[in-house]
Design a protein around this ligand. Structure first.
Ligand SMILES: C[S@@+](CC[C@H](N)C(=O)[O-])C[C@H]1O[C@@H](n2cnc3c(N)ncnc32)[C@H](O)[C@@H]1O
Length: 276
């Protein structure tokens, strides 16, 4: 028992992927869906008020008339996708959470929205079509390793028409500075976010390199000890721009967030609008 706990707490090499499923785990995905759909909670999607402002700004900046075919990467249960569709985009959403995609499909069908949803790993995406506009919203880009970021940037580039746009956001170095290294344990006798039944969670937050953090969570329950790794890479305008340009993109706009607020040095996020 002690050896298993101790092994689960070992510091993994940077960007190690945990063996256990996260987005697609039967129980965790249920909690994530709840988090996505809570209009006042920022855990999985941003608050509804921000999303509404964001969609208005996006529509004004990258008009659905000129850029109708929109690919929403990591679309979750379709909160943005539905609003994009109502604003006149022809939306394709891709996500690797089966629960989110099932919810999104049912919700679109109830509202008669013509949205194509795909349950797929975006790192493997290979559509036989190109889009006018792609979005990857709520800092999912920074959750990827350096090589996976390279893959997604190139894949998005290849899936856009010439002149097509790509909007994404990332956490900034300001957010990195405020990241607290700590170790916390949590006892959940009636279950909670990680499991349906009793468990103990050992949470360790640590800074890796100068731009990478890990939230390392070890779940101890009656039957198992399981480690989860939530990585985050933080960016400056220069490091983000360099990764985009390596794939062939030009920078078309820089903002504090995907609601188009002016870029500020102390903003926790950076949003970038790229052009192929
Ligand atoms: C932080 S959430 C953001 C969801 C949505 N963009 C929003 O703002 O409401 C990230 C989403 O990316 C999805 N995701 C993570 N890794 C993925 C992958 N490799 N392929 C497809 N989707 C993935 C998750 O399932 C989750 O729905």
């Amino acid at each position: 028992m002690f050896d298993s706990i101790s092994k689960s707490l070992e510091k993994p090499p940077i960007y190690t992927k945990a063996k256990a499923a996260f987005w697609n785990d039967e129980h965790i995905s249920k909690q994530m869906l709840k988090a996505h759909l809570d209009p006042e909670f920022e855990g999985a999607s941003r608050k509804l008020k921000f999303i509404q402002e964001s969609v208005i700004w996006i529509k004004e900046s990258v008009s659905p008339v000129k850029y109708p075919l929109l690919l929403d990467i990591g679309c979750g249960p379709g909160i943005y996708a539905e609003k994009f569709s109502k604003e006149g985009y022809q939306v394709t959403g891709i996500d690797y959470s089966k629960r989110s995609i099932d919810y999104a499909q049912q919700s679109a069908s109830k509202q008669n929205l013509d949205i194509t949803y795909l349950y797929e790993n975006y790192l493997d995406m290979d559509f036989k079509k190109v889009f006018d506009f792609a979005t990857m919203i709520y800092c999912d880009y920074g959750a990827l390793s350096t090589s996976d970021r390279k893959t997604i940037m190139q894949k998005v580039y290849n899936h856009l028409k010439s002149g097509g746009k790509f909007l994404l956001d990332v956490f900034s170095m300001e957010k990195y500075k405020n990241f607290q290294e700590n170790q916390i344990w949590e006892s959940c006798p009636v279950g909670g976010f990680w499991r349906n039944d009793e468990y103990i969670a050992l949470n360790k937050n640590c800074k890796y390199s100068d731009t990478v953090t890990l939230e390392h969570i070890s779940i101890i329950s009656k039957n198992e000890i399981t480690a989860y790794y939530l990585w985050n890479t933080y960016f400056t305008i220069n490091t983000l721009t360099a990764e985009a340009m390596e794939a062939g993109f030009k920078v078309s706009g820089l903002y504090s967030d995907v609601a188009g607020n002016n870029y500020q040095k102390n903003s926790a996020t950076i949003a970038i609008l790229l052009e192929k």
